[in-house]
Ligand binder design. Sequence first.
Ligand code: NAD
Length: 482
Amino acid sequence: AQRDAFAGAVARTPVPQVANSGTADDARRAVATAHKAFEAWRDTEYPTRAAVLVAAANEMRARRDELSAVIVRESGKVWREADADVCEAIDFCEYYAREGARLFAAERLGQFVGELDEQWYQPRGVAAVIAPWNFPLAICCGMTVAALVTGNTVVVKPAEQTPGIARMMCEILWKAGAPKDALQFLAGPGETVGATLVRDPRVALIAFTGSKAVGLDIVQASGVVAPGQEFVKKVVCEMGGKNAIIVDTSADLDEAVLAVRQSAFGFCGQKCSACSRVIVVGSAYEPFLHRLVGATRALVVGDPSNPSTDIGPVIDEEAARKIRSYIEIGKGEGRHELTLDIPAGLEAKVGKPFVGPSIFSGIGPDARIAREEIFGPVLSVIPAKDFDDALAIANAPEYKLTGGVFSRKPANLARARREFRVGNLYLNRGITGALVGRQPFGGFGMSGIGSKAGGRDYLLQFVEPRAVCENTMRRGFAPGLE
Ligand code: NAD
C-alpha cells in the first residue's frame, strides 16, 4: 500500500515552478524587511518559536510522500534517497526545537554567596541561508530552522537547480507560524542574489553549504566590514569532501563491497559525504576489486520515478560535463574498469543527463581523480602496502569530512579512531546517511568551518552569549526611589 501511495504521489505531484528571477535589489529589499522584523522575532518567547518547528515537522510528516515526489522530480533522486531527504528535514525541526530550549533560559553559574552569576544567549540578527541542491530539503531546512528557532530572521536563497522544494519548505514554515517578514524566500543566481546577501552590512550571519570555491569566497567577503556595519559577521560554512574507505586484509568483503558501492554511487556520488576513494590493503586488493566491479554492474540505471532504479540522472548538464571530463582524466591515471551504460532513450525520457557509475583501479594517491572533488559517480581504487600506508593515503587530502574503515582487527579500528582525522568516521559500515542527533555531521580542514549539523553545538553558532553578575548582598533595596 505504501508503495502504491508513493508511486501515486510521484505520478501526480507537480514541481512548483519557481523562477530564479531574484535580483540584487530584491536581495537588499529582503534584508531590509528581515532587519525590521528582527526585534519582534528576537523577543518572541522561545516556546512560540519552537512550536513553529514542531508544527512544520508535523506538516512534513503528513505530506512525506508529496515532498519526496517533488524531490524525485526536481533533483532526480531515487525514491529511497528522496524519502530520506524529507525524513532528515523532519528530524532537524524536531531536534533543533528541543535543543534550543536550554540556550534561552538563564543558567546560574557557581553558587557564590551574595552574588548571582548567570549566562544565556541572544540571537545575532539577519541570517542569510545559502543552500545547495544535493539535499534540497534537508540541508536547506536544517540551516533555516536553526536560524529561525534561535530568534534570527532569515532570507533563504535556495540552489538554482532546486527552488521548488525550498519554496514548499518556506510555505510549510509560514503555515506553521513563522512570520512572513521573519522568513523570506528569494530564488536567484548565486553570483548576484547570493553575493549581495553575503555582503549586505545588515546581514549578521551566513549559513552556507556548498562548494569550496564559493565557501571560501563567502568567508573572505564576510571579513570586509562596510561603513556603518555594527558587528563582525559570523559564517557557518560547510564545504566539500574527498572521502575514503579503507578496506584492510581482515575486512568482511561481503559487507565492504555493498557499503562501498552504496557510499560511492548513491545519488550518483553527489553527496558531500560520498566515498570517492577506496583504499585497499595488500592481499585484499584483487578479490575486493573483482567483487566491487561485479556488484556495480548489477546496479539498475533508470528513471528515478521507477522504484527499482538504483542510479538516476545527475543534476544538470554542467555537472555531467565535469564528471565526464574526470572520467577522461581517469583513463590516463589508472585502469578504467567500468562505466555503466545508459539505456537508449533514457535521457530524453527523464529530461536530465546521466553518467554511468565508473570505477578506476591502480590509482596513485596523487592522481587528480584521487585528490579533486568530482561530485559524481567516479570511484578511485587505490592499493596500499599496509594499514599505515592506507591511513597516510586516507588522511592526505585537504578535505576532512567523512571516512570509513572495514576491518575485523580491533587494533586497526582503535588506530583509525585516533589517526583517521575526519569529521565523521564510520567503522564497518557505509559512510553516508548521517542521522540527526546520532551522527552529528560536518568536517574540518577544507571541508568547512562550523560545528556539526544535527549536533549539540550547532545552534551555538546562531547566537551570542551574554553574562550578568549581580551583587545580591542586601544593602537595602529602595523600589520607591526614582
Ligand atoms: P555551490 O557552491 O555551487 O552552490 C551552493 C549555493 O551557493 C547555491 O545556492 C548557489 O546559488 C550559491 N552561490 C553560488 N555562487 C555564489 C556566490 N558567489 N556568493 C554567494 N552564493 C553563491 O554548490 P552546489 O553545487 O549547490 O553543491 C555541491 C557542493 O556542496 C559540493 O562541493 C558538496 O561537497 C558541497 N556540500 C557540502 C555539504 C557539507 O555538509 N559539508 C553538504 C552538501 C553539499
